[in-house]
Design a protein around this ligand. Structure first.
Ligand code: C2E
Ligand code: MG
Ligand code: MG
Length: 644
């Protein structure tokens, strides 16, 4: 067994944290080396001294010294084999004590034994921890006193004068007290460091380093504890799940330091607004926690009625009235709050948190900057989400996705100029659920990244087949999630898939829904630029449903606007503002030199009107429904032939 494996064994037995383990390991190594080196020095010294004594006919002392050297060698060997420092130190102490007493009894060569005892005892103390050293010191002092000043002195093989004896005892006392004091202070320093370390580790393990609030782990324990208490006292607990809106923009526009300061400031204000309610909720610092990023929770113990939680939520929302000031800058940040109540909404801590989270999402979907209680509808939506998530995971692992293709026509000559790939999922759990419903779940669970890559890969593969089997010269339009705009790796992943499928980028259009665009979001712009540099064209899907200020369009490297089908649907509606939207978007696109695709064309009249407006391309059930692969091949072949 080598020293490292011995060390590991020894250290694993300590119930301590990694940092503490490291310190214990350092101390262990030091003692191990000290024991090893001192034993080697001691053995060499004893061998030399023993041999000299043997040669100079001091046989008894010589054999004694060589015997000690021999025991020392065995100790060294056992130490190397077992790594047991404590045992080696005890054996070494035994040898050194024995040697010191022997030197005192025999007087050593030319009566110089006493002089050797001082360093030997000092070594003896230093290889031990404080308390064993005290024991050894006491034992040796008593033994020397007995030998020098009592009738036991008949055991001495030499004689000491009273002055010599007193001087020896006093020097020993002084020297050893100094050694013990040094040992004691070292031991104390070690303990303090270990304690400080333990405090640090505790702080890091249970508290958020930025805000000092309890972290997710700590919060779970607190919630569990409070729920157990509420169960006994038959009380209610309110759980507020807070998510800051627009926080990402602060990070992007002002840097992470500003973002951190905002979070810190918010955590302090949160405490201030919760605290005044102490008669109502009796909160303490354990009632708050930062779960992650911009997500906070507040536990309201001892609530009388569920509605009490709304008072706390309203106070929190008021913090954001008139902007949130940090370092003299007012940020347009606010909060969405979800509330779940124990035991009304859930009795298990994890479910309670999940329900508060679901209510928070409901608040986000309802215009943000508001709070929502967990309701039956949210519970059903949550169940549905969980069902969808399960189905998506299964579909991914069992390859249950497929694509259908919707032809896009040129308004001038009805040629199929592009094909939009649309995702379908055959999983049982997702029966009757379309991409409009499962894509948002895929986005919130992170599964979308895998799905998007699958779609791109398969759509590109389909494009190469269309090119080779029916001389298709149009584009493949692929929907990608807005989530990808924050994925720095996305452009390089697209590039790799283009190369893998040997597709030239100008034959590909990526559609990103307009709602995914956030004005001024730098990461989003960078990703768009990187995609544009690849040579693929970019379309803003469902255009008109988002909040893109038209003046912003100039900043996006977009090539195409896809008019949302609701506007095409409303072309002949009585509402002037809606019926004019298509025309407005068309004019806007012309102004910025962008191509326009009208989605959801369902009637001849709509198509005729779009043509009269100068719309470039169109798609919709009137022209063609989404088609499975073989029908698409037929339709394109017919379309190409018609035009020949
Ligand atoms: P989208 O990109 O705007 O796709 C057009 C949607 O409108 C398709 O629905 C299509 O079937 C439907 N549609 C087209 N023409 C008409 C029409 O004339 N009348 C009516 N009523 N509907 C029409 P689908 O396939 O259910 O897709 C819905 C949305 O799901 C898509 O909207 C897109 O945002 C998303 N999506 C679809 N496939 C994918 C995909 O592969 N990846 C990603 N990330 N999202 C996808
Ligand atoms: Mg689309
Ligand atoms: Mg669309």
């Amino acid at each position: 067994m080598d020293i490292n494996s011995i060390l590991e064994n020894q250290i694993q037995t300590h119930d301590s944290t990694t940092g503490q383990q490291e310190m214990v390991a350092v101390r262990f190594r030091r003692r191990y080396r000290l024991c090893q080196v001192l034993t080697i020095i001691g053995v060499l010294f004893l061998l030399a001294l023993g041999s000299i004594n043997l040669i100079s006919n001091a046989r008894f002392l010589g054999i004694l010294l060589l015997g000690c050297a021999f025991v020392g060698l065995i100790n060294l060997y056992i130490l190397k084999r077992s790594g047991n420092v404590e045992r080696a130190a005890t054996v070494l102490s035994g040898i050194l004590c024995f040697l010191s007493i022997s030197l005192l009894i025999t007087g050593g060569k030319d009566n110089t034994g006493m002089l050797w005892i001082y360093p030997i005892m000092a070594i003896n103390l230093f290889i031990n921890r404080f308390w064993p050293a005290v024991v050894i010191f006491s034992f040796f002092t008593i033994a020397s006193l007995l030998l020098l000043f009592t009738p036991l002195s008949f055991l001495l093989m030499t004689s000491y004068s009273l002055v010599e004896a007193i001087r020896f005892v006093l020097t020993m006392l002084a020297l050893n007290v100094i050694c013990l004091a040094a040992l004691y202070s070292e031991e104390q320093a070690y303990r303090t460091i270990i304690q400080l370390h333990a405090d640090d580790v505790r702080q890091m393990a249970f508290f958020d380093t930025l805000t000092g609030l309890p972290n997710r782990w700590n919060f779970k324990n607190n919630l569990q504890r409070l729920i157990s208490r509420a169960k006994k006292d038959k009380n209610r607990i309110g759980l507020l799940y807070i998510d800051l809106d627009n926080f990402k923009q602060v990070n992007d526009q002002f840097g992470h330091e500003a973002g951190d300061r905002l979070l810190l400031e918010f955590s302090e204000r949160l405490w201030e607004v919760i605290r005044p309610s102490d008669q109502l909720f009796k909160p303490n610092k354990d009632s708050l926690a930062r779960l992650a990023g911009d997500e906070f929770v507040v536990i309201l113990p001892d609530m009388k009625k569920p509605q009490d939680a709304s008072k706390a939520a309203e106070r929190i929302l008021r913090v954001f009235d008139n902007g949130f000031d940090v370092d003299g800058v007012s940020h347009n940040v606010y909060a969405s709050i979800g509330i779940a109540v124990y035991p009304d909404d859930a009795v298990e801590p994890a479910t309670l948190l999940q329900h508060a989270d679901a209510a928070m999402y409901d608040a986000k979907n309802n215009g943000r900057n508001c709070y929502r209680f967990f309701t039956k509808d949210i519970a059903m939506a949550l169940q549905q989400r969980q069902k969808i998530e399960k189905g998506l995971r299964m579909a991914l692992s069992e390859s249950q996705f497929s694509l259908v293709y919707m032809p896009i026509f040129d308004c001038k000559d009805n040629a199929i100029v592009a094909v939009e790939a649309l995702l379908r999922c055959q999983n049982e759990e997702l029966k009757g659920i379309g991409p409009d419903d499962f894509i948002p779940v895929a986005e919130s669970t992170g599964l979308i990244k895998e799905i998007d890559l699958w779609v791109i890969d398969n759509a590109l593969n389909a494009l190469t087949q269309l090119q080779s089997s029916c001389a298709f010269e149009g584009k493949m339009c692929i929907n990608v999630s807005g989530v990808e705009l924050n994925n720095e790796n996305f452009p390089s992943q697209v590039k790799a898939l283009l190369m893998k499928n040997n597709v030239s980028p100008e034959r590909v259009e990526l559609e990103i829904t307009e709602t995914a665009f956030v004005a001024g979001d730098m990461t989003c712009l960078e990703t768009l630029k990187a995609l544009n540099e690849l040579g693929v064209s970019l379309a803003l899907d469902d255009f008109g449903t988002g909040y893109t200020a038209f003046s912003q369009l100039i900043h996006y490297p977009a090539n195409c606007l896809k008019i949302d089908r609701s506007f095409v649907n409303d072309l002949f509606s009585a509402s002037k503002s809606r019926s004019k939207m298509v025309m407005i978007i068309q004019n806007l696109a012309k102004l910025y030199g962008l191509r326009v695709i009208a989605e959801g064309v369902e009637t001849e009249a709509q198509l005729a009107y779009l043509k009269s407006l100068g719309c470039d391309w169109a798609q919709g059930y009137y022209l063609s429904c989404p088609l499975p692969w073989h029908e698409l091949l037929n339709q394109i072949t017919v379309n190409v032939k018609e035009r020949e």
